[in-house]
Design a binder for this molecule. Structure first.
Ligand code: BDR
Ligand code: CA
Length: 312
């Protein structure tokens, strides 16, 4: 059996972050979970991470990180995830506690203790950027960074900006620069919008008759109804965040192209990831493996099977 990749998941749960935690627990050697202000304020997303890891019996450390972006004021996604990040669900108060170290300290320490981890950020990139600024040597201790964020052809908060990059573009710019030194994979909206869960998937989870299944069914039901497109959004819950995990564990299900990616920091395109898809784009600037196609149906079934297995 091939060894499972070691992963530290940096997240802001979040409905699709929940699926990412479960997928990471099943398919990786999940070393730790760090939280960041994003979909909801830091206290809420940290509570959610503790409650989710508790419900699924995951003995992984959870460390709370930055409570605001590097430069911009904190902005959240209540219209998508509810005010506390997990709208439509009712998880009991967690019995687990967050570690005492700040997530940024934890990232630096954990990668010293365990070189060769993948960092998988699926929220705003504040923690990762700050860790890189504090200790650029971090890049020598990790296998790579696989992030959910951006988009080559569309945004979701604005016409051109995706939420995780839009929420902290300065941090995103720092993280995209790291692609010059480590493998960097981007799962952006172009591919994550293709992998959606539907009502019947929620029914199957609920039919497990378990508390985990009922919770995941609630997650999918709420996430499928909410969202930035309102009635005009395509049906189903987009599985943005699990794709950043699966890009590490199942890379053969993705078509990655190495591209230059620039993060816009000003004006109406602030938070946009400008992906240079020209065949003659300068190759020395092409430092990000951008997911341009995915086996959407295979990945959708893989995520569902993984969630079902976690409910058994
Ligand atoms: C990203 O933003 C959040 O709302 C989701 O959790 C995901 O990480 C999608 O744009
Ligand atoms: Ca997220």
């Amino acid at each position: 059996m091939t060894e499972r990749p070691a992963v530290i998941l940096d997240c802001d749960p979040g409905h699709d972050d929940t699926a990412a935690i479960v997928v990471a627990a099943q398919h990786t050697d999940l070393v730790g979970v760090t939280t960041v202000s994003g979909n909801a304020p830091l206290a809420d997303v940290t509570r959610n991470a503790l409650a989710i890891t508790g419900l699924f019996g995951l003995d992984v450390p959870v460390h709370a990180g930055c409570d605001r972006p590097l430069v911009a004021p904190a902005r959240h996604a209540a219209e998508v995830h509810g005010a506390t990040g997990l709208g439509g669900t009712s998880l009991p108060e967690p019995t687990r506690r967050a570690g005492t170290a700040h997530a940024v300290e934890y990232l630096l320490e954990a990668t010293r203790a365990r070189p060769g981890c993948w960092l998988v950020p699926v929220g705003p990139l504040t923690n990762i950027a700050l860790a890189l600024r504090l200790d650029p040597g971090l890049l020598d201790r990790i296998a790579g960074i696989s992030l959910m964020g951006g988009g080559a052809t569309t945004g979701n908060v604005t016409a051109t900006a995706e939420f995780n990059v839009w929420a902290d573009p300065e941090a995103a710019a720092i993280v995209f620069e790291a692609g010059a030194r480590v493998p960097l994979r981007m799962a952006g909206l172009d591919v994550t919008h293709q992998v959606r869960m539907h009502g019947e998937d929620g029914d199957r989870l609920r039919a497990t008759g378990t508390a985990r299944g009922a919770f995941l069914a609630d997650v999918l039901a709420y996430y499928g109804r909410s969202g930035r497109g309102g009635d005009r959004a395509p049906a189903g819950s987009p599985m943005h965040d699990p794709l950043a995990v699966l890009a590490v564990t199942h890379p053969h299900r993705f078509t990655h192209e190495r591209r230059p990616v620039h993060v816009e920091l000003a004006g109406t395109t602030r938070g946009m990831t400008v992906v240079d898809t020209r065949p003659h784009a300068p190759t020395d600037a092409a430092t990000c493996d951008v997911a341009e196609a995915v086996d959407a149906d295979v990945l959708r079934r893989l995520i569902l099977d993984t969630l079902l297995a976690a409910c058994a």
